[in-house]
Design a protein around this ligand. Structure first.
Ligand SMILES: Cc1ncc(COP(=O)(O)O)c(C=O)c1O
Length: 374
């Protein structure tokens, strides 16, 4: 996860610069909540829920305590638990299989596509069994998963689709926004996300009114419904998000422009970029390259004050906490290859063209040095 102590000249995410842009108005919004003592499920929470539902093009939004809760609560709401299986990508963040395991169900990895980094629809059916209840596709790094193909398979097997949009705030596929592409959408507002809280936060989106009722109950102890937890989006965080949401489209556009500038500068180097499915608009939560020299490149960039990190390794089936599932090295070769090659470099809306050029020059220098070594 990013280190916000600014030991890097170029951090992956620059929250200081974001604060310079919106700090004044977010602090004012926080002050308003504090002055009114409206901390829990307050006015800002219901207003944010309305605004974010409208933004995603869905009927309902439920503000919750984190992206992990935004995955866990829909699973519980659909009655998924012990004896059930839920398909997750073999290459994703640990929160996905963890949210499944928290219900008592078994997370079953599915192979991913090397080009997109997301679930490979052509291999998805291999992961389906009689116990499968849901599929949890992830829009990795803000790159859209092939949701139409995934939904077609889900419909055929009568499975629920829990769309993990934690890394894809504001992305879209054929004009439809993330959060509207499954039975439910799950969002994280972790501070480094395309819009983030000043702490933890998350949201569930859905057109399913029954799910909406259940999820609202579960986030608030489960009063009157299935057993619940305490996981509400704090009013202070909702107030911050309400101030940031109007900037999201513009910030995402800047991220896309920055990605194009990087790609232009890095053309011809032995690095590969992820492809986005046709008719999708990615949001570059992270800018990630694939290279066989990943670890050496990270060491070099770090020595130059440029933050570079791995998102994510090891792949899900090789995580120690899921060793009991019985997978081995070789079970999901594409996920393993990606986990050994991916490297994230600085990406945020406040990066200037000259900064991208400087970071790219260092990457070029690294590869030139590789050639000149005996
Ligand atoms: C793909 C994905 N799913 C789930 C989560 C979990 O979100 P949170 O950290 O808010 O619990 C994240 C996190 O950051 C994520 O990247």
């Amino acid at each position: 996860m990013p280190d916000y102590k600014h030991k890097y000249r170029y951090p992956l995410v620059d929250l200081k610069k974001e604060y310079e842009a919106v700090g004044e108005e977010t602090l004012e919004a926080i002050k308003n909540v504090v002055e009114n003592g409206d901390f829990i499920l307050g006015d800002d929470v219901s207003r944010f829920e309305e605004e974010f539902a409208r933004f995603c093009g869905v009927k309902h939004c439920i503000g919750v305590g984190s992206g992990t809760a935004a995955l866990y609560i829909p699973l519980l709401s659909y009655g998924i638990g012990s004896g059930d299986e839920v398909i997750v990508p073999a290459f994703t963040f640990i929160a996905c299989p963890r949210a499944v395991a928290m219900t008592g169900a078994i997370p079953v990895p599915a192979e991913v596509d090397y080009e997109t980094g997301c679930i490979d629809p052509s291999l998805l059916e291999k992961a389906i069994s009689k116990k499968t209840k849901a599929i949890m596709p992830v829009h990795l790094y803000g790159n859209l998963a092939e949701m139409d193909k995934i939904r077609e398979i889900a419909d055929r097997y009568q499975l629920v689709v829990i769309e993990d949009a934690c890394e894809a705030l504001g992305g879209s596929l054929s004009g439809r926004k993330t959060g509207s592409l499954g039975n439910t959408g799950s969002f994280s507002f972790y501070p480094s996300k395309n819009i983030g809280c000043y702490g933890d936060g998350g949201a569930i989106t859905t057109n399913d009114s029954e799910l909406n009722e259940k999820a609202r109950s579960i986030r608030h102890y489960g009063n009157g419904g299935p057993a619940g937890i305490n996981s509400r989006l704090a009013s202070i965080q909702a107030a911050v998000l309400r101030k940031k949401l109007p900037y999201l489209e513009d910030w995402n556009e800047k991220r896309r422009l920055n990605a194009e500038i990087y790609k232009k500068h890095l053309q011809g180097l032995p690095v590969e970029f992820f492809k986005t499915p046709e008719d999708s608009v990615p949001v570059y939560y992270l800018f990630v390259m694939k290279t066989g020299k990943r670890d050496e490149l990270i060491n070099y960039l770090t020595s130059k004050g440029i933050e570079a990190r791995i998102h994510f390794a090891p792949p899900i089936h090789l995580l120690e906490s899921f060793a009991h599932l019985g997978y081995n090295k070789g079970s999901f070769p594409v996920a393993e290859k990606l986990a050994s090659e991916v490297v994230s470099i600085p990406m945020h809306p406040f990066l200037s063209e000259s900064e991208i050029s400087e970071i790219s020059c260092e990457i070029k220098r690294f590869f030139e040095n590789q050639h000149s070594e005996p």
